[in-house]
Ligand binder design. Structure first.
Ligand code: GLU
Length: 307
């Protein structure tokens, strides 16, 4: 069979899996609740849905509003981390890599770990990542947007950034505690606006699935990071990318994944591809209820699991 034929067949199966995933997602989303942590995000229509898959051999499929841009929020922590690791492969010593059973905004956990963040996906770790990336790049939004594919596909939404700036106390408290213990390089009033603007980046599920392919294709042409770093990023994602639900996600799905309070979830199947969902209502763990259900259904049908 010619290679093109195989390629088309595979995209057709991917589309079938996406249709089944959408059905599951719609049911699950009905039980979730759109986050009000950033007031501007609470206005999003809970019925919105998009899903895209990209494979390392070049196949792509998508369903729903796959070109609509949404607020990536904590998904930006993954791209900012990868951008930092390009400058500073040893940044792990500043942000840690182990799991945490405390909430992602926990100050107590920081104290218990002698003021070193547990990992780059809790907010203390993400602030340290942004701080160091700011030192290397001068603009963490630009560095993150570049990794996402550039300004035509991703940009920061000033209204969302402003909404978080006006209501946030927690990140500000964490930044002060980090500064008190000498963990920050930049002044807090420089760091926090960068961090909020970075969380407020908007991109589509197609853009995110494509941009993350380097995490699935460690030996391919898309090498953004060296294979050892890619392996480490995926390991930390598996343990810490889904707030307190990492064990549940490993058990149900078995893929490294990252979610954000905007309702996005991005999962990686090493050697195969990436899948990204946007469904705004969140479950009790803070992950997109529809997004988790959709990825579970997709992964089961596609046979994607690292285990
Ligand atoms: N901007 C939010 C924060 O830093 C992002 C939270 C999230 O998506 O987990 O608290």
């Amino acid at each position: 069979m010619p290679a093109t034929r195989l390629f088309q067949t595979s995209e057709q199966s991917l589309r079938e899996y996406l249709r089944a995933a959408q059905v599951r997602a719609c049911r699950a989303a009905a039980a979730g609740k759109v986050s009000a942590q950033v007031p501007a995000l609470a206005e999003v229509d809970p019925t919105r849905f998009a899903m895209a898959v990209a494979t390392v051999d070049g196949a792509e499929a998508h369903i729903g509003e796959s070109d609509a841009r949404f607020s990536i929020q904590s998904l930006s922590k993954l791209f900012a981390l990868c951008a930092l690791l390009r400058h500073e492969p040893d940044a792990w010593s500043a942000v840690g890599w182990g799991p945490s059973d405390a909430g992602y905004g926990s100050v107590a956990d920081l104290e218990h770990n002698q003021w070193r963040p547990r990992n780059p996906f809790v907010n203390s770790g993400a602030l340290v990542v942004t701080d160091r990336l700011l030192m290397h790049s001068g603009d963490t939004v630009a560095a993150t947007v570049e990794l996402l594919g550039g300004r035509t596909v991703a940009a920061s939404d000033a209204r969302v950034a402003q909404s978080e700036t006006a209501t946030d106390h927690r990140n500000s408290a964490i930044a002060h505690v980090l500064a008190e213990h000498g963990r920050l390089i930049n002044p807090i009033d420089v760091l926090l606006p960068q961090y909020f603007a970075q969380c407020a980046i908007t991109a589509s599920v197609r853009t995110l699935a494509r941009a993350a392919l380097f995490l699935a294709d460690k030996d391919g042409d898309r090498a953004v990071l060296d294979p050892e770093t890619v392996r480490r990023v995926n390991a930390v994602l598996l343990m810490s990318g889904m707030y307190g639900a990492a064990g549940d996600i490993a058990y149900r799905i078995g893929l490294p994944a990252k979610s954000g309070i905007g309702g996005g979830v991005l999962a990686v199947m090493p050697g195969r591809g990436t899948v990204c969902v946007w469904s705004p209502p969140l479950d009790s763990a803070g992950n997109s209820a529809g997004g988790v259900a959709a990825i579970e259904e997709f992964a089961r049908r596609a046979g994607w699991s690292v285990f």
